[in-house]
Structure formats: structure tokens, C-alpha cells
Design a protein around this ligand. Structure first.
Ligand SMILES: Cc1cc2nc3c(=O)[nH]c(=O)nc-3n(C[C@H](O)[C@H](O)[C@H](O)COP(=O)(O)O)c2cc1C
Length: 280
């Protein structure tokens, strides 16, 4: 990831929030062009091809019951294969953060959508070798949230995040990082990017073990594993994007590998499954 792109993405981590209430206007041509350009970038650490496109869902008669004031969605599909969900999360979150940096609102939607219709739009219903883990609603945020959105945010504790010592560790799982002050400022800023990421039901399944020049990423599973389009694996891909952007903003180029955790972290937590390592 280029430093200039990372700066844009990382600076959007804090202001971004899920937007479910849009202002009712259609997307301006420039916004459509921007989203189409962003959607064409499927590059991801797994090299899995991700096809995304912007649609006016009204044309297809499809919708989400929690979204007000926009009919625009980014939809996509990818091959059904190991790590498809992580690749999807990474690619789509790059679009989400870039859209936020340009003043557009987005909502990740995996559950509260008319799934069969969206799957028809992307052709997944006719091809059992492809999956559609989620879609994104996109548009201009309304000045006020709908009553439904306010209730949803409150139920999900959407403005809250788990404490640092639940999510982040130094060296191994026996040594939680108590607060940003407990690690060097570069690492603290990077971890904060991850902490602010969106996740299905705000469950924040990511656990990060930091060692010298590397961070091992683990998944703490709380939802049953869905064999197709698992949302917690999508969350892990989202965390990977936030982690890479956060590091790159600090001038550290991260390289992904998938060959196992640092020796100290190995097997140290029964409830966490290894996902990936970024070395910098
Ligand atoms: C993979 C994924 C799936 C999600 N699915 C839905 C959904 O179906 N409906 C919904 O209203 N929000 C959905 N969300 C949004 C989360 O509820 C939201 O990210 C979380 O509550 C944190 O709030 P924030 O994004 O405003 O920080 C999803 C988020 C992710 C990352």
C-alpha cells in the first residue's frame, strides 16, 4: 500500500461509522465515478479475485430493511475458497474507508438484506462456486439518524469498543496491553486504527499479539462458523486492512505472511485461532 493511500485510509478510521440513514439524494456523477474506481481495485493479500460493482438497487427491486434514503449499493462476489471472506473484508473495507474520506456514508450489511435478490444480482444463485459474503449501502449521510438507526446503534453499543487489554497483547497472550500509553506511539496509533474498525454485531473478533517488528493476528470466535460467507472471517479481513493502513501511515511498510504465529504466541490461547502475520 502506498504511503499516500494509507494516509487517506488511516485518517478515515476515526470519523467512519456505519451510516444507515442517507439524505435521499441520488449519488452525484463524481461520487459514482469515485466508487466505480474504488470498486475496480480488488488487490488483496490472498491474491483472490474479488469482483465488485456499484448498483442502483431500485433497478433490481432489492433492498435492506435497515437502510433509509439511498438505493445505491456496492455488491460483489468471489470464488468459494479458503480465505475468501478475509479477502472480501480487506478489499471492501478499503473502499469503505476511501468513501468515508470523501464524505460518503456506508453500511456493511450481511444479515439485514434481501439476500436472495442480491445474490441473483451478482449471479451467485447460478454459480455454486462463488459466494457473496455481504453488500455495502452507500450514499450521502442524512443530517439526522432514523429512529431505527438510533435504536440499533444503542443495542449494538456501536460507539463503544472492547478495552485494549482484551484486544492487544505484547509478546504472548499472557501479557495484555493495558492502554495506548503502555506501548510506543507508532504501535499505539496503529492498534487504534484496528480498534475502531467495524465488525458484524460489533463483536470485534480480532486479537493482536505484537512482537519486535511483527504483529500476529488471531480470531476470537463468538458466532457459529458459517461455511459460506462467514462474517467473523470478513471482520478479520477488515482488521487486516486497518492494520496495514495504520502501519503504513506511520511510515512502516507491512508484508503479510500466513506461516504461523510468533513462537511466544503459539498455542497460548485456546479461544484464539491464528489468521495472519504482518511484518514491518
Ligand atoms: C461484516 C459485517 C456485517 C455487518 N452486517 C450488518 C447488518 O446486516 N446490518 C446492520 O445494520 N449492520 C451490519 N453491520 C454493521 C455493524 O453492526 C457495525 O459495524 C458495528 O455495530 C459497529 O458500528 P460502527 O460501524 O458504526 O462503528 C455489519 C458490519 C460488518 C463488518
Amino acid at each position: 500500500m502506498e504511503a499516500s493511500e494509507a494516509k487517506v485510509l488511516a485518517s478515515a478510521c476515526e470519523p467512519r461509522r456505519t451510516v444507515r440513514t442517507f439524505d435521499g439524494t441520488s449519488l452525484a456523477p463524481e461520487a459514482r465515478e469515485l466508487l466505480e474506481t474504488l470498486a475496480s481495485n480488488g488487490e488483496n493479500p490472498y491474491g483472490i479475485p474479488v469482483d465488485l460493482r456499484l448498483i442502483d438497487a431500485e433497478t433490481y427491486g432489492t433492498t435492506s430493511r435497515v437502510i433509509r434514503g439511498t438505493s445505491w449499493y456496492v455488491v460483489g462476489a468471489l470464488p468459494r475458497c479458503p480465505h475468501a471472506e478475509e479477502a472480501f473484508g480487506y478489499v471492501v473495507e478499503r473502499l469503505v474507508l476511501a468513501a468515508a474520506a470523501h464524505g460518503l456514508g456506508t453500511a456493511w450489511l450481511a444479515g439485514t438484506i434481501d439476500r436472495p435478490t442480491f445474490e441473483r444480482v451478482v449471479g451467485v444463485d447460478r454459480d455454486e462456486n462463488r459466494i457473496m459474503p455481504a453488500v455495502i449501502a452507500v450514499g450521502v449521510p442524512a443530517a439526522r439518524m432514523s429512529a431505527l438507526e438510533r435504536v440499533m446503534r444503542s443495542k449494538l453499543h456501536a460507539d463503544e469498543r472492547a478495552p485494549w487489554d482484551t484486544l492487544f497483547f505484547q509478546g504472548d497472550f499472557a501479557h495484555p496491553i493495558a492502554s495506548p500509553d503502555a506501548c510506543d506511539p507508532t504501535l499505539a496509533a496503529t492498534l487504534d486504527c484496528v480498534r475502531l474498525a467495524p465488525s458484524a454485531q460489533n463483536l470485534q473478533p480480532w486479537r493482536l499479539v505484537c512482537s519486535d517488528g511483527r504483529i500476529d493476528l488471531f480470531e476470537h470466535r463468538t458466532l457459529p462458523l458459517r461455511p459460506i460467507g462467514d462474517v467473523q472471517l470478513v471482520d478479520m479481513g477488515i482488521a487486516m486492512l486497518h492494520l496495514e493502513a495504520g502501519l503504513a501511515r506511520q511510515g512502516a511498510h507491512g508484508a503479510w505472511s500466513f506461516d504461523g504465529p510468533a513462537a511466544g504466541a503459539a498455542g497460548a490461547s485456546a479461544s484464539a485461532t491464528y489468521v495472519a502475520t504482518i511484518s514491518y
